[in-house]
Design a protein around this ligand. Sequence first.
Ligand SMILES: *Cc1c(COP(=O)(O)O)cnc(C)c1O
Length: 403
Amino acid sequence: MKPAEPDPSLEAELNDLRGRSLGRSLRTLDSAQGRSVTVNGRELLNFSSNDYLGLANHPAVKQAAVDAIGRFGAGSGASRLISGSLRPHGELEEALAALKHAPAALAFTTGYAAAAGTLQVLLGREDVVLLDRKVHACCIDAARASPATLRVFAHNDLDDLERKLRWAARYTSSPGRAGRRRPRILIVTESVFSMDGDLAPLRNLIELKERHGAWLMVDEAHATGLYGVQRGGLCEEFGIAHQVEIQMGTLGKALGSAGGFIAGSRSLVDLLINRARSFIFSTAPPPAQAAAALAAIRILGSAEGESLAHGLWGVVDLAKSELTRCGWPPGPVRSPIIPLIVGDEAAAVNLSGRLFEEGLLLPAVRYPSVARGEARLRLTLSAVHRGEDLERLAKAMGSVLYF
Ligand SMILES: *Cc1c(COP(=O)(O)O)cnc(C)c1O
């Protein structure tokens, strides 16, 4: 392959993707995240960001990042275990542990890295990992990379999970499965599912995992900051945070920064520090990233955080009634992610293109982010949206319905 010339085998693969409406390309924004964004000089109403509370461009969050740069510099200079553990990392981890009602927490450069490192540490060849069919790619990839036996249970299906838990108990106790320690059975799920916006039956999952002696890992990427009195997430809202062995989250969604984290027991966090390769062999996150997330957590716990969350739920309720009115009735769940299911990949791309022309940014989500034939527009709402934005959304969605 000569870098200056198109390579036929790479081009063939790209053309194959494009032919199936699965081609992707980058769209550059010339503005911060917000209710509207600028793309190619055009202003578009933004219904595609995970910045649910508008904290990515919040003055206090930005100022915290600026202050951290002033005091600690732009880069961390080394991995956390060498000399890259700066004051903002430790402060962030303390705040995360408190937010998650857990004894300890550990920050990673991304949520993807948090899942990779954690499942690498927890899963050996003697173990079984049970994944909800709709968990995020980072958990799928991490589970696949482990030597543990992997099974997928039907989405939010407690009967199917219980069958697989019974099977796992037999399987791990069968002769020849013995390893260096007692085998683990680990259930992995999300609290608010990233592409469907529906919720896991967390209380039932706790009951099941306790009864079968399994561990539970809950990815709260899309719930952290939104649910519960402290806005710690859905585990907090359901009062089960202290019963979840591994709480995972990201800093890049409602917290407006970037990065991932794990919260759990002190021994879990200490073991991750010692063994998680994605933590050990990577430069510590920039201090500004940690400081911004910490500022966001402080806002969550304030009266302003309460009013932002309140504002978001108002926007969600209004959007749902507007969508129902224009012929796109959403499901009953209250979350800021509303999937507008199209099915066919080409139709979803087409629809997204028409909305772009109407001044709305609402990208098509396709395989492999969702299953084949389940393409959709993934509508996400934020506390910064206004009533008039939702009226425009409804008008545009109504006009594309019969195309
Ligand atoms: C975004 C996301 C991640 C990955 O987090 P990053 O910090 O973006 O790498 C993990 N899980 C879920 C459910 C997500 O939506």
